[in-house]
Ligand binder design. Structure first.
Ligand code: J2J
Length: 539
């Protein structure tokens, strides 16, 4: 079995007694629909349409072949697929035989994938030949040398490695194959992170399933819901808040979109009668602009009932324009792959919907808002968010040192967000974790600083956020160069980082050079003063 930090027994008992944990694997989501209505439309991907029976059959075919190849409970998989139907077919196939996937983002490159592979030692990798890393076999061979036994590709001709081939009927699922127990790890979520290596979050069937079922009720998802999957398919928001899995749970239909780009999405909304769409704030801004530029486009959106917005700060003024311009309901979502998810409720008054990021899913989500000394602050005062509850994890995968910092002695996870609580509702007003939130894409400062420092001419590096009108934040790297070194150009610096294999969204948007970096009283780099110096220049 894959190791993880379990909830203490008294908590587990309470969560079961309250009906949150139902001790069923996530695969019951498909099984339920097979009984309710197997012919219902589950997933639309371009011109391909999949019923629940299709999802069941295809995921069973793949599961059976993987089981025959010797994979089963306790194994891990590394998956990197774009927004296509196969993403969810693969997800269910792996869970059916107890193999826990890490779902890398499609924007991830060699560094991220290698790090995940090193952490979970996957026996199978499922990826796309359309990704630059897999256009030839160099990286695949590296993975094989590291112990990966099977590589399956979307867009591959050779049957042995073709995902399409492995989805065809081949053999029966062995009698003894099955999901991991519901209180064990089902799959890994990715942490936005603030540390040098990307951290993994083990999620159990019980905890994840509860967050899905509760989100479905809060967001009013039903069998009539037609849900646009335009954000990355494996992101926690897209999967579970209420997400594709929430829609499957309710028997609704998911419409895959390649990206949140407005004109493509508007066409899909009109064609497929989409009713619900989750988006990050910069995408909302693009959608609003598209309708302002050509008000006739509104006609394409008449079926859209609910837009869920989360992942990064959402300005109140923009929030107010959502129902005005797009004629749909807004629900704000403040969530994290580590667990806790907050929603504004469908019957909340406008003051709450536009100006807060909602309140927790569960009556048993415990929230503390703390001052710098770890003491609770009064309502209305900003403080650091700490939380524990029935679907908030208890530890990053194999990260004892980091866990010692991220959790307190009572098991509360300190998310690094600064929030204000009022009447149980939270507003996100800042951040203490060393992370840049670039329009919902999270960048751990330390990871990029370490990579910059691998350049022989760089002696000190600090990555900080810069306010940005469109993305909310961009990143700026402050660099101190070796004495006598020639100033490096931004393209050369970006090339250095790309050559190390990091995802493009993590590349600094700007570079600044300094003779020395300012230090705080305790001798750490004073990032606040670096941010202030940028603000002063921009003012
Ligand atoms: C401000 N900051 C927010 C919001 C997340 C639903 C929605 C989002 C995520 C997600 C998710 C924010 N306003 N509305 O997993 O299920 C920032 C916070 C938080 C971090 C988590 C979900 N919503 N954030 O964004 O794991 O800083 O999850 O701690 O990617 O995003 O990032 P991530």
């Amino acid at each position: 079995m894959i190791e993880f930090s379990p909830w203490p027994p008294e908590f587990a008992d309470r969560y079961r007694a309250a009906g949150y944990w139902i001790d069923q694997p996530l695969t019951r989501i498909l099984e339920t629909q097979l009984v309710v209505d197997p012919t219902a439309e589950a997933l639309i991907c371009g011109d391909r349409r999949f019923s629940y029976a299709d999802l069941d059959r295809l995921s069973r075919n793949l599961a059976a072949r993987l089981a025959q190849a010797g994979l089963g409970r306790g194994d891990a998989a590394l998956v990197q697929l774009p927004n296509v139907a196969e993403f969810y077919i693969v997800f269910f196939a792996l869970l059916r035989i107890g193999v826990a996937p890490v779902n890398a983002l499609f924007s991830h490159r060699r560094l991220e994938l290698s790090s995940y592979a090193a952490q979970v030692a996957p026996r199978v990798v499922i990826a796309s030949r359309a990704h630059e890393l897999f256009r030839d076999d160099a990286f695949a061979d590296e993975l094989r040398a590291g112990g990966v036994e099977h590589l399956l590709f979307l867009g591959e001709d050779a049957p042995a490695h073709s995902l399409a081939h492995w989805l065809e009927p081949g053999c029966d699922l062995p009698q003894d194959a099955g999901p991991t127990p519901a209180d064990q790890v089902a799959f890994f979520q990715l942490s936005g992170g603030s540390t040098g290596t990307p951290k993994l979050i083990p999620r159990t069937h019980n905890d994840y399933d509860y967050s899905i079922r509760a989100s479905v009720a809060i967001c009013g998802v039903t069998a009539a819901t037609r849900f646009l999957c335009a954000l990355p398919a494996g992101h926690n928001f897209t999967m579970s808040s209420p997400g594709v899995l929430g829609v499957f749970h309710a028997g609704g239909t998911v419409v895959m979109a390649p990206s949140p780009e407005p004109l493509t999405c508007f066409g899909l909304i009109a064609r497929e009668g989409v009713t619900m769409a989750p988006l990050v704030p910069p995408a909302v801004a693009l959608w609003l602009r598209a309708v302002e530029d050509d008000p006739a486009r509104r006609a394409q959106l008449i079926t859209l009932e609910t837009m869920l917005v989360g992942g990064a700060n959402f300005a109140e003024a923009t929030a107010r324009r959502v129902p005005e311009l797009l004629d749909c309901r807004l629900q704000q979502v403040f969530g994290m792959a580590e667990g806790l998810v907050n929603y504004t409720r469908r019957d909340d008054p406008p003051g709450i919907v536009f100006a807060t990021q909602g309140r927790p899913i569960s009556p048993d989500d415990e929230i503390r808002v703390l001052d710098g000394d770890g003491r609770p602050v009064p309502d209305g005062t900003p403080g650091a968010l700490a939380t524990r509850g029935p679907y908030t994890f208890r530890g990053y995968y194999r990260s004892p040192e980091h866990n010692a910092e991220a959790f307190d002695s009572e098991g509360f996870y300190h998310s690094g967000d600064v929030v204000v609580r009022q009447n149980g509702y939270l507003r996100v007003v800042g951040r203490i974790k060393d992370q840049i939130n670039r329009g919902g894409e999270k960048i751990a400062a330390e990871e990029i600083e370490n990579l910059l420092l691998r350049h022989s001419d760089i002696t000190h590096a600090a990555l900080v956020s810069v306010p940005d009108a469109h993305l909310g934040e961009k990143s700026c790297a402050f660099l101190v160069l070796r004495h006598g070194a020639e100033r490096l150009s931004p393209p050369a610096l970006r090339r250095h980082l790309l050559d190390l294999g990091v995802a493009e969204y993590k590349l600094p948007d700007r570079f600044r050079f300094a003779d020395a970096l300012p230090l705080t009283a305790v001798g750490k780099i004073d990032k606040r003063s670096l941010r202030d110096s940028l603000a002063a220049v921009n003012a």
